[in-house]
Design a protein around this ligand. Sequence first.
Ligand code: ASP
Length: 340
Amino acid sequence: MSQILIIYTGGTIGMMSDPVTKVLKPINFEQIMDNVPELEKLNCRIKVHSFEEIIDSSNMNPEIWSQLAGLIESNYDENDGFVILHGSDTMAYTASALSFMLENLEKPIIFTGSQLPISAIRTDAKENLMTAIEIAKAKKNERSRVPEVCIYFDYKLFRGNRAFKYNSSKFEAFRSPNYPILAESGVHLKFNVNDIRQPLDGEKLIIHNNLVSEVAVLKLYPGIGPKVVEAILNADVRGVVMETFGAGNTTTDSWFIDLLEKAIKEGKVIVDISQCKVGTVELGRYETSKQLKDIGVANGYDMTFESAVTKMMYLLGEFDDPAMVKHYMETDLRGEITVS
Ligand code: ASP
């Protein structure tokens, strides 16, 4: 019989409305289980690890990501898969971070949560939880069907580092426009086998726990001036995620290009991702991105913002040399990027 470890970090799924203030607050895991007696009917053993401090995911941070990675490592051999209950607000960041932190993953790590608490009559939590467990235990020829870090929400399974939260009020909270869904739940659970990554045979799980969060974000807008750009580039960080226009374009004003070039010469890595949610950065396609390529801005192609930030944190922890960080920023490591 398969064994699944459920790790409960918090989120709306396990919240209850305070009778007096009406504010949503986290409850403990036993109260969650009481709401889903169906769990006992699943043909698998379920173990639970509840974090001591149950959080709204807006309080998530790299320290907790390390704890999560450590927990997966120490429970890896005796479990067939993992389901992580997590608030949806920052779920895509945690899923992206863990995808980089867990190398040679052979077992499913399925993040899920819900838009309504599990105790609410119209809750989406039960379906999300039950199917996440089904996916975590699904095997074919003794191998996990989805050996990836994923997000399961509203009948769809996404690659974690390709998804982002796009809707705060619909049950359909996540999207992954630059990569196909990995599975869909309907009458049957349909796995899109050709889009699921398979691990290399015989490689052992490696945990990368040294995330460096010295990352700044430069989001461009027409009219942004030297003071703002300088303040961001002069921040005490080693990496900058730059959100640009369209296919990776920026102003060609010389003050702007000069500031970027100076930051790169000082050893900062700047990666270019687009403000568009669909499509890819094409450095050099337009005059407005040709100079970026020439001065050494890294191409983020079609990476999500969540993926770019957490990948930068991961790479800064792995390498001191900015050239290596830039190189791997532009390389597909966990299926997070389509290098074109
Ligand atoms: N604020 C909640 C959280 O991210 C929202 C949710 O769970 O969906 O923890």
